[in-house]
Design a protein around this ligand. Structure first.
Ligand SMILES: [Zn+2]
Length: 595
């Protein structure tokens, strides 16, 4: 993906994925901290869902919304700034206050796949945004597919091929189509291929993402004339020269106007307003402009318009079956990587999304009918504070430089006469040894001891697990080790999985080199794992729910509403938020718990 991706892709790789990490104690501490920080229990105004819901045996449309990198506590902290769709979700929906991933690989492809399949990465196999393919001896992205060919709408350009073929289980949308009898349309939009594809699954009618100025799909999904028409009529390049500005008085924003440690995308300063004009001196859309656009509210608005148009053009919710509309909003992630979670940019992006979702819900009320659709909103992962910002609190925070890990391992093996290079790749926090090296290490106690000691000596490393320690999921004990195990997929994950310390950002840049982004995610700590989870609409019992749940519960819960059975789910049905009388074939579900 293009340009934008360029800077943040480095960030993503760096930060990312998870690692393994350390500590149950740390995880519990941060969990407790988050709970304490949450405002005292408030009873949501328990507005009752429209009476039309009970008239339908199942929802006509399922709307899955994923806000990339949205921390759960953004709802608590910023909801006073919202008046539209996000506010409506909180007030009219079922709000799960303690939703968190249970695994370590808190990255985009992993989170979306978990939401869409109801399974953890150890089951669905999407273990990272990209990993080292031992057969191909190359990095592969989670959606790259040698048999697929991407194509761009409206004369745009793209390359490669993408699909969900590496996802080892069907997505909920795949099962909905299959078990529902063919009357289901599956539509998904995002700026990111790995989000749109993992939401839609292996098939889909309109699966669309953004690639450096072009809207793209692949031969696996096929193109849709109505999207071609829309993109031609509404080129995103028309946003060139526009300004992304604050929409509320300055006194309405939390934290400093300029976020500590932030690194603005090329062409931008560290404070509002942000002009979408690309690199200095450019006279039209360039790579920097596409990055800026993707980091602004303009991109969220465009995705929403694409979705509303799909509802109209395909008549979603009107075909007799249950249709599926997935939208993954990527801009919070881009703004978060650049400016961090304590920035005005994050708040402004959410203010814009709140307005966009107000429009989307109004559109669905009018076209599908209030109470005829169900919305689920969550996030694929959270984010760690910018290290320099966190250090101001006196906390132990910093940057773990992955090249130092590689150097320490190579140094540790020097006396043992191993064939070089000993390491094939360090991808995020996963170490992949060259073919044969790890097998030899496993029966060489002195060498493996030296390797592990070397890794643990790198600043920011809390712990390191060997692959074979993660194979037995049920037997794992500590929360961090269990999180690593839930992320571990044999043959695909690394040989060593490094656990950074809490508040340490993982960077693929060498020490001493300035970062080109502010912060990231990809660890088993609660700030990366905890995300919002809200349902609203058909069959949903509004209220606030404080039980511990995971986003893997979303697909089983949707499945319950439409009578779809998932083969390999790790999540459960959130029955406490379902109205007993609207669950399929169950007029007498008296056992459903109330909040
Ligand atoms: Zn990210």
């Amino acid at each position: 993906m293009t340009s934008k991706r360029a800077w943040w892709a480095i960030a993503a790789l760096a930060l990312l994925v998870c690692l393994g990490c350390g500590g149950a104690v740390a995880a519990q501490t941060s969990s407790a901290g988050a709970a304490a920080a949450a405002p005292a229990a408030r009873k949501a105004a328990a507005k009752t869902a429209p009476a039309t819901a009970a008239a339908n045996a199942r929802p006509k449309l399922i709307v899955l919304l994923v806000v990339d990198q949205m921390r759960a506590d953004y709802v608590d902290k910023f909801k006073g700034q919202w008046t539209g769709g996000l506010k409506r979700l909180v007030q009219e929906g079922a709000w799960f206050r303690e939703a968190a991933y249970n695994y370590a690989a808190t990255e985009t492809c992993v989170g979306h796949s978990t939401i869409s399949t109801g399974a953890f990465p150890a089951t669905h196999g999407m273990v990272a945004n990209q990993w080292w393919d031992r057969d191909a001896q190359a990095m592969v992205t989670c959606t790259s597919d040698p048999k697929a060919k991407n194509s761009a709408y409206a004369g745009g350009s793209t390359k490669g091929g993408d699909s969900a073929w590496r996802m080892r289980v069907p997505a909920f949308a795949d099962e909905l189509r299959f078990q529902g009898g063919g009357a289901t349309r599956v539509v998904a939009f995002s700026l990111k291929a790995r989000a749109a594809i993992s939401m839609a699954g292996h098939k889909g009618d309109a699966v669309t993402w953004f690639d450096g100025g072009s809207w793209v799909t692949s031969s696996v999904y096929g193109s849709m004339p109505f999207i071609e028409d829309f993109v031609k009529a509404h080129p995103m390049q028309a946003d060139y020269g526009k300004t992304w500005a604050l929409s509320l008085p300055k006194s309405s924003y939390l934290y400093d106007e300029q976020a500590t440690g932030a690194v603005a995308p090329p062409g931008w300063t560290l404070t509002f307003p942000h002009e979408l004009k690309g690199n200095e001196g450019s006279s039209g859309p360039d790579a920097a402009f596409y990055d800026e656009w993707a980091t602004s509210s303009f991109a969220d608005t465009y995705l929403t318009q694409l979705a509303e148009n799909a509802v109209d053009q395909l008549g979603l919710g009107k075909a007799g079956g249950t249709d599926f509309l997935g939208i993954s909003y990527s801009s919070v992630d881009y703004a978060g990587h650049a400016f961090g979670p304590r920035s005005w940019e994050i708040q402004e992006i959410l203010i814009g999304l709140d307005k966009d979702l107000a429009g989307l819900f109004q559109h669905l009320d009018a076209k599908v009918g209030r109470g005829n659709y169900v919305v689920a909103l969550s996030a694929d992962h959270g984010v760690v504070p910018v290290p320099e910002d966190m250090q101001r609190t006196g906390a132990d925070a910093g940057v773990l430089h992955v090249p130092e890990v590689q150097a320490k391992i190579e140094q540790a093996l020097e006396p043992f006469n191993y064939t070089k290079p000993v390491i094939a790749r360090v991808a995020g926090t996963e170490v992949y040894f060259s073919n044969g090296t790890y097998d030899r290490l496993k029966s060489d106690p002195a060498a493996i001891k030296a390797v592990l000691e070397g890794v643990r000596s790198v600043p920011g490393v809390a712990d390191v697990y060997r692959a074979e320690e993660l194979l037995d999921r049920p037997a794992t004990q500590s929360a961090i080790r269990a999180a690593e195990a839930a992320s571990y997929f044999p043959g695909r994950s690394g040989d060593l999985l490094i656990v950074p310390k809490p508040y340490w950002l993982v960077s693929s840049a060498p020490a001493g080199k300035a970062r080109d982004y502010g912060t990231g995610h990809g660890t088993p700590y609660y700030y990366d794992q905890r995300v919002p989870l809200l349902f609203m609409g058909w069959g949903i019992q509004p209220g606030q729910y404080f039980g511990r749940v995971t986003p893997a519960d979303i697909a089983p819960t949707l499945g319950e509403m439409v009578g779809v059975t998932l083969s390999s789910r790790d999540g459960r049905v959130l029955s406490e938020a379902l109205k007993p009388e609207t669950a399929p074939g169950s007029a007498a579900k008296s056992g459903a718990a109330k909040p």
